[in-house]
Unconditional design. Sequence first.
Length: 130
Amino acid sequence: MPRIETATFPATGMSVAEARRWLGKILDGHLRRDDAVLLLSEAATNSLVHTGSTAIRVAVTIEENGDVRVEVADEGGTTIPSLPAHHDDALNSSGRGVRLIQALSTRWGFTEDHPRHVLWFVLADHHPAT
């Protein structure tokens, strides 16, 4: 049976660090812990920067096979997470977090459940092949 944990954080910069600590404790000892914490930080920061949300809800599911799914839900905004048009543009100040999520996750996506937006990613219980 999968293990599911959820938490809601105020939409403040300090909450990103709190969410990272929360997830780090849940995934203590998991091979993909550091990747999950990094990607949660990116997703939560995107919610803060690109929405007017007052709260961010995080859900983590640890499957029986060890795979981890993290969902970051906010109150919606006018933009959706997407990859920058030019991945090699070092001067581009946005889009790097989504590119990192794409690079480190097994699968990722974005859903709209009006007015809520959910960015999610899955990390297999092993590092992806390079």
